[in-house]
Design a protein around this ligand. Sequence first.
Ligand code: OAD
Length: 234
Amino acid sequence: MAEIKRIVILTGAGISAESGIDTFRAAGGLWEQHRIEDVATPEGFASNPDLVLGFYDMRRAALARAEPNPAHTALARLEHEFRGEVLLVTQNVDDLHERGGAARVLHMHGELKSALCTSCEIRSRWDAAMQQRPPCPVCRAPTLRPDIVWFGEMPYQMGRIYAALEACDLFVSIGTSGAVYPAAGFVQEARASGARTLELNLEPSEGSRLFHESRLGPAGTLVPAWVEEMLRPR
Ligand code: OAD
């Protein structure tokens, strides 16, 4: 196999499942308990802001009780010890990659711990609840919304992500169902640029057959083992 110099890793809700964060599409997952149109679209926010702010307040509170698991810390170790480049692209809005020690993380679907003011359009770090309409720390208007990319909105950092996919030699997808675009299409972008592709997931994802290799099991076990392999002297 040719030497690997650049790795792009895409993560989804499955990597945080063992930290106690709910995934979306599992039985009993977030999208069984809530309608996507109600809590994850601009239209849902316009028609019932209380419900939407409360939903993300609940998720932010759950995040405060969660800790990074061995999959998060293993990826941080890879980022720091691999002799090439590692870029972590996550669909997750939690901060468990960063708390696990990762420094280069792109949050393509936004972050629970960020607030976006719909008046001044400035983002602020945010830990508290929003349902009581606290003022924006910059312009003082009570018009904060969660800095989350909702359905129908443009994911963040797409230019950087596609450039990295085009330049990578290895693309790894971890803990994502492959149900949501554009992330679900990254495997084909990477393959078209000649990269090897690997999936690490509990069960085959929707796009499983698009990967050169698929390993099935919990991220907390599979990811540290794969990182060991990548860091082993060749
Ligand atoms: P999903 O809930 O769709 O998929 C989670 C995947 O993780 C599934 O394929 C599970 O089999 C797998 N999984 C569960 N536990 C695991 C474990 N312990 N180890 C490894 N894999 C495990 O979540 P995402 O694919 O992240 O977007 O969902 C993508 C996007 O859809 C989310 O970012 C969110 C959602 O709607 C927005 O809200 C914009």
